[in-house]
Design a protein around this ligand. Structure first.
Ligand code: FES
Ligand SMILES: [Fe+2]
Length: 325
């Protein structure tokens, strides 16, 4: 087969240059940031820095110094006890509040209004999430936080990362395209969505379980959305449970990073956890690669020609619209 190369998004999506949707975006995993170090990342066409404040809170800021625009993590820019010092003229900023606390060569102390452009930040389910609003508005909802993960002891089994050139809107829409679950992934039966409920954090979808179609005897399968930027998939059976914490964050308008963390409810031994974790992870990773083999090259159709038997794709679009406006 000849190699395919995705053409630029402007030819594949009428939304290619729309602002990124309103919501919470994962920009790092909690274990990636430690005291005394800045993590520079690049998402949503922005240069960002993720770090911990003096109080240990995860925080995201624009990477550029308000003085003359140096990248705060360039050269020997540093953070110490939650205070960030710019490498260029050594101005120092309070990482928690953002304001400038010292200018080594200025006689007059800096104004309290001078400071870093901090982004509202949350740390949930092992992710550091940053708020984005196209018009700069404050958060009007909170990310989904799993009650299951808080209740019991879970093992972070493994994390996988993919870079995709799919139209961003089409990623989570894929979950509602139930026909492809059989036709592309080869499942024996189409999944049935029992209930879709709109919640403060986004959407909760409960699936009907067909015990014969599953590798493990599953009792419940539930998906919780954070807007249109992250999902939590919880599977539970007799004595076991797995939880995929999945985020998708655009780097720019051409590509996004999908990250999936598999948590396994601790069964008390590594061997037992592996017996559950390994097949779940491999199956998931295989299905994601099957998806991206198609999604990476597809076009976002405003009016797909759906037929009887297709999944509730329009229902998802109806839900998703509130975050894109
Ligand atoms: S550019 Fe940062 S201190 Fe001057
Ligand atoms: Fe899929």
């Amino acid at each position: 087969m000849p190699e395919l190369a995705p053409i630029p998004m402007k030819f594949r999506s009428p939304h290619a240059n729309d602002p990124f949707p309103r919501g919470w975006y994962c920009v790092a995993d909690a274990h990636e940031i430690s005291d005394g170090a800045m993590l520079p990342v690049s998402f949503l066409n922005q240069q960002l820095i993720v770090y911990r404040t003096a109080a240990g809170r995860a925080q995201v800021t624009d990477a550029y110094c308000p003085h003359l625009g140096a990248h705060l993590a360039s050269s020997d820019g540093c953070i110490k006890d939650g205070a960030i010092t710019c490498p260029f003229h050594k101005w120092t900023f309070d990482g928690g509040e953002g304001h400038c606390t010292s200018i080594p060569y200025a006689a007059v102390p800096p104004s309290r209004t001078l400071g870093l452009a901090l982004h509202p930040t949350r740390e949930v389910d092992g992710m550091v999430m940053m708020w984005h609003h196209p018009q700069g508005g404050a958060p009007d909802f909170e990310p989904y936080a799993s009650t299951a993960l808080q209740k019991d002891k879970w093992i972070l089994f493994e994390t996988r990362t993919w870079e995709s050139t799919a139209p961003y809107r089409d990623l989570f829409e894929n979950l509602f395209d139930t026909a492809h679950i059989v036709q592309l992934h080869g499942a024996s039966k189409m999944p049935t969505m029992k209930k879709m409920e709109q919640q403060g954090h986004g959407l909760t979808v409960h699936y009907a379980i067909d015990p014969e179609a599953e590798q493990f005897p599953i009792d419940t399968f539930e998906v919780n959305f954070t807007g249109v930027t992250a999902i939590n998939q919880l599977f539970a059976g007799q004595g076991w449970a797995t939880n995929f914490v999945i985020s998708a964050t655009p780097v720019d308008h051409e590509r996004f990073i999908q990250k999936a963390r598999l948590y396994v409810k601790d069964l008390g031994s590594q061997a037992a956890n592996e017996m559950i974790g390994k097949p779940w992870l491999e199956r998931f990773a295989y299905e994601v690669s099957q998806d991206f083999k198609v999604l990476d090259y597809k076009k976002h159709l405003l009016k797909p020609r759906l037929c009887g038997g297709d999944g509730p794709i329009y229902q998802y679009r109806e839900y998703a619209r509130q975050y894109f406006e």
